[in-house]
Design a protein around this ligand. Structure first.
Ligand code: NAI
Ligand code: MG
Length: 357
């Protein structure tokens, strides 16, 4: 098998962790017998913006549309480009343009990583956050009136469409149905947000009728956030709107140690367009350039990409290598994991483990 991969390192530590992700993917390709054709692009970065006045070339759809998957680092360099410009001009265009309406984020306490929750060990925390990725609270509908006066008023709308809500719920129910616990929780806030969230509840309740073998319940976002910290073992699949899902999928990984290990997949389930795989973290300007970023989030995102491409054994192999190295090689851990090693040392150790099996 041959796969065409577009690599977009982006900014900051994206440029440091993507090479380690690719190193592990190449090791997996050799070990499991497939070929990756990787093409690297410099757009979706502050550097590109400074040179061209835009984050991506106008024909990005044609440039990227033919690839089997996109391997993305992180975008954002607030010193040079305001964050809403860099993110809206790149990642959000890609997610929407390629209709990647599912943002899938596993939350798992890995062996070898000490989480901040004292009572939980490996195996206790193992769930997925499914975030709606194309509509909801992240709309650009709204504006300001009476600017600069006492009456200054700002409005931004939430958009929920039946198609948009139903398709992400369906994906989440299918996922829950495929897991041993078959348990789905939907995040809501219908006690406070009185129009859009009751609609979300209504669609979820109706979808639940079609999946009688899945136990479905709902939690309001405030108590859900508290329970992520206090009782993360309760959860199996958690589905949420764009904003709630964004928050939960940073909180979840934080409960499992470091945001540096958390992966994500932006999926177009119909496979009409390429899906995009990226770590949860951003470009981390505070540590960029020092070679100490944790590459595991990028490497695990690579494993999710292999899974999506159908290379299931290779995906499992990469994840097993990650866990084994985190558990047995304190000498190659990065500072966020309590070690003193570099990005490259950790990446190379994991790649070596993939190769030796
Ligand atoms: P961030 O995730 O870049 O950093 C948050 C904190 O976590 C920092 O202290 C950082 O040093 C640490 N951290 C993050 N990844 C790490 C890793 N792999 N290893 C070790 N430590 C790590 O979030 P922040 O600071 O809010 O945003 C920085 C820039 O990244 C902004 O421009 C923001 O817009 C952008 N961003 C981009 C994202 C993306 O491309 N998907 C997602 C989140 C933020
Ligand atoms: Mg986020």
């Amino acid at each position: 098998q041959r796969y065409r991969i577009a690599a977009l390192p982006g900014d900051g530590i994206g440029k440091e962790v993507v090479p380690e992700g690719l190193r592990c993917l190449r090791a997996a390709a050799d070990a499991y017998g497939f070929v990756l054709d990787v093409e690297e692009f410099g757009f979706a970065s502050a550097e590109y913006w400074l040179r061209h006045g835009e984050m991506m070339p106008k024909d990005w759809r044609e440039v990227l549309g033919g690839f089997d998957a996109i391997f993305f680092g992180a975008v954002g360099w607030p010193e040079a480009v305001p964050d809403h410009v860099s993110l809206w001009g790149s990642l959000l265009q890609l997610r929407r343009g390629f209709d990647q309406y599912v943002n899938l984020r596993p939350v798992r306490l890995l062996r070898g990583v000490r989480g901040p929750l004292r009572d939980h060990g490996p195996g206790d925390i193992d769930f997925y956050v499914v975030r709606e990725n194309t509509e909801g609270e992240y709309s650009s509908i709204g504006g300001r009136i009476f600017e600069g006066t006492e009456r200054e008023t700002v409005l931004q709308e939430t958009v929920m469409t039946r198609t948009g809500v139903d398709r992400v719920l369906r994906y989440a129910f299918e996922l829950a149905g495929s897991r041993p616990e078959r348990h789905l929780t939907w995040a809501t806030k219908s006690n406070g947000i009185s129009i859009s969230m009751p609609y979300w509840d209504e669609r979820a309740a109706e979808m639940a009728l079609r999946y009688p073998h899945v136990t479905a319940d709902k939690d309001h976002i405030d108590i859900l956030a508290a329970k992520f910290v206090l009782q993360p073992e309760r959860y199996d699949v958690v589905v949420a709107s764009n904003l709630f899902g964004d928050i939960l999928s940073d909180l979840g990984p934080a409960c499992t140690g470091t945001i540096g290990v958390a992966p994500s997949a932006n999926i177009n389930p119909e496979r009409v367009h390429p899906s995009l795989f990226e770590p949860v973290h951003g470009s981390a300007p505070d540590i960029a350039g020092r070679g100490i970023a944790n590459p595991v989030g990028q490497i695990w995102s690579g494993a999710m990409m292999l899974e999506h491409l159908g290379e299931t054994a290779a995906a499992a192999g990469v994840l097993a290598a990650v866990e084994s190295v985190l558990e047995r090689r304190p000498d190659v851990l990065t500072p966020d994991l309590g070690g003193t090693a570099t990005t490259t040392a950790l990446g190379a150790a994991i790649a070596g483990h993939i190769t030796s099996g």
